[in-house]
Write a protein that binds this ligand. Structure first.
Ligand code: IPM
Ligand code: MG
Length: 379
């Protein structure tokens, strides 16, 4: 939406490990939306990680920085893996995912957890626990212990080493992410659960007080509850359907979202959106990425599940392009492909045929044609 044009600029950055493989499939999907539905976007591919490091000495070369700087949305794959050893820590850090979250101030990380009915049989939790699970974790992404100072590793007089980090949150940091979560709750079932460790940590005492005050001032129509993080972890596997929107700090959100992945059936299925502040034109920078990491053990084999990345593209259609019908269409196509038996190895029932990453992309594309065709017949 730059320069008065309505065309959304998307930087497609596959990155490392399975990142490029899964992102290639969501790239095909986005091309489908451009060709078949006239979605106004331009896609610019850029490299990240070991490969550009070997030729430029930087994991994030100038071309990639430029593509991401000018983009309204970044479709991100994954970072990390065995190649980590080949890139010195300092070069890694200079262009890390954390530095990007910080640079673009992507403070509101939305991680939807929806149990797919087609997958309940291959999921690690019992079918009756997964029934009706549909919630969103809103994780604060630019502060907390991930970024707090002081931090470091020091050597003590007796020769021991001591590592230390700082957990911290300010009023504004808490309120802006809590506001995002309250607003999201209003578009859903109007229930927000704030997660902290206020029985032990001062940071959490401030967190709980600020969330409570904001609730009273602006969001009293939303039902607000609080949980300690240890209890929240238990509740997520005990009865996940009790949640609508959950808001929490950076490290608690990191841990709880992996835990919640089990309440969705598979980590490979989970999408995410990381949103920056709204500017004076009403735009906000966003980065979309699957929650799974670079999975170096299966990288390059063409067997990774691309649905986390594809569902992240659906979030992009909804949140950056403001095309909820297209987002719904893509989510329905994914559900249709799954109902039709499409499975990558990570979500396959014993004995089921295992699709490659590319074949899963094919399955979603043909489901898109089918679902869009049915829609046209109805219209
Ligand atoms: C995540 C990941 C990252 C995090 C890593 C890759 C730094 O685990 O997005 O959940 O800890 O935030
Ligand atoms: Mg994580």
């Amino acid at each position: 939406m730059n320069n008065r044009s309505n065309t959304v600029k998307v930087a497609v950055v596959g990155g490392e490990g399975i990142g490029p493989e899964v992102t290639a499939q969501s790239h095909r999907i986005l091309n489908w939306f451009i060709a078949k539905r006239g979605a106004p976007m331009t896609l610019r591919e850029a490299q990240y990680g070991l490969i550009p490091y070997l030729s430029t000495g930087r994991v994030l070369p100038d071309d990639t920085v430029e593509a991401m700087d000018e983009a309204d949305a970044i479709l991100w794959g994954a970072t990390g893996g065995p190649e980590t050893k080949e890139v010195p820590a300092s070069a890694r850090k200079a262009g890390s995912l954390l530095s990007l979250r910080s640079k673009y101030d992507l403070y509101a990380n939305l991680r939807p957890i929806v149990a797919s009915q087609a997958l309940v049989d291959s999921a690690p939790l019992k079918a009756e626990i997964l029934e009706g699970v549909d919630f969103v974790i809103v994780r604060e992404l630019t502060s907390g212990i991930y970024f707090g100072e002081p931090r470091g590793i020091e050597t003590l007089p007796d020769g021991q080493r001591r590592g230390f980090n700082t957990e911290q949150y300010t009023t504004n940091q808490i309120r802006r992410v809590a506001r995002a979560a309250f607003e999201l709750a209003r578009t859903r079932r109007s229930r927000l659960c704030s997660v902290d460790k206020a029985n032990v940590l001062e940071t959490s005492v401030v967190w709980r007080e600020e969330v409570t005050a904001l609730h009273k001032e602006e969001f009293s129509d939303v039902e607000l509850t609080h949980l300690y993080v240890d209890n929240a972890a238990m509740q997520i596997v005990r009865e996940p359907r009790q949640f609508d929107v959950m808001v929490t700090g950076n490290i608690f959100g990191d841990i709880l979202s992996d835990c919640a992945a089990m309440a969705s059936g598979s980590l490979g299925m989970l999408p995410s959106a990381s949103l920056g502040p709204v500017d004076r034109f009403g735009r906000r920078k966003a980065l979309y990425e699957p929650v799974h990491g670079s999975a170096p053990d299966i990288a390059g084999k063409g067997i990774a599940n691309p649905l986390g990345s594809i569902l992240s593209a659906a979030m992009m259609l909804r949140l950056t392009l403001n095309r909820p019908e297209d987002a719904d269409l893509l989510e329905r196509a994914v559900a249709t492909a799954l109902e039709g038996g499409a499975r990558t190895a990570d979500i396959a029932e014993p004995g089921a045929k295992k699709l490659s990453t590319l074949e899963m992309g094919d399955a979603v594309l043909s489901a898109l044609d089918k679902v869009a065709g049915k829609e046209r017949e109805r219209a």
